[in-house]
Design a protein around this ligand. Sequence first.
Ligand code: ADP
Ligand code: MG
Length: 319
Amino acid sequence: MSAVRAAERAAVLIEALPYIQRFAGQVVVVKYGGNALAGSTDDDALSLFAQDLVLMRAVGMRPVVVHGGGPQISSLMTRLGKVTEFRNGLRVTDAETVDIARMVLIGQVNPQLVSAINVHGPIAVGVSGEDAGLIKARARDPELGFVGDVTAVNPTILDSLIGDGFIPVVATIGTDEQGQAYNINADTVAGAIAEALLAEKLVYLTDIEGLRRVVDDPASLIRQTTPDELDRLLADGVIAGGMIPKVGSCVRAVRHGVRRAHILDGRIPHVLLLEVFTDEGIGTMVRLLNDEPREPVSEQQRTGADDHSTTSPRTEDVL
Ligand code: ADP
Ligand code: MG
């Protein structure tokens, strides 16, 4: 290795040091999108994601994974000859469909993630929202059948697993008081779990580079924003489709004690590490406005931080 390359490598590791120190012991809830999973034709994206989680855990962080599986549910329904009906973007879920969702999420997608992580050691454990009463739900709208809203999160099982050094991987099926199962939006569950665990970070890995101010314009990436601004963008209809539950959950979580929420491009190799361990960060970061950097910032950074649509490196507080 040349002296220059050696110095570069050392610099990368040293850049990570304050983040490793700051995040030791902190919970990070990561939602892995069904589209990100379905989009990875080879297993590469999944194994890189697994490496990131294992590295985060190895340096003392406490990652929790929440996953979706919409495309995989649709695909099995097609194979079974069952027509998927959507109303206002929500799958109509009859008794047979919730059974299929349960089979796919708990029987296929969840173990896929668990085994990708466990290649590196016996550390991931799959749980569903039904386990130990983790996710309580009720019907969102009788017309939609067994589509649930979260009514309560009981994080006991997650606390136990995390406390024992495991990485919980959560399938988002919940139950009501009678034990009826519901399929629940994974974005919403990730937010609710992040709140219940008082997570340091809530991270959405999706199939776009972050939040855009103009949906069709990649140059309109929002690097840093606040719940108040997101409320306005939601009201203005700038946030659409699958982004609505993510943004709604970011807003809620950050207002309820989660320090940072992030929307990142799950297609970028090692995007989690790039967010967590580098000064620049990546994608969109959401935080409370009054939560300013503690380090004095340069005039240039100060100007950048006030302009939410800036593409310059954002300021991040390092303790
Ligand atoms: P996931 O499987 O990760 O939940 P979704 O398809 O549900 O993915 O949500 C991500 C999609 O949201 C993007 O691919 C994009 O088409 C859409 N979207 C809607 N509004 C916006 C916006 N303002 N900025 C970025 N993406 C948006
Ligand atoms: Mg989605």
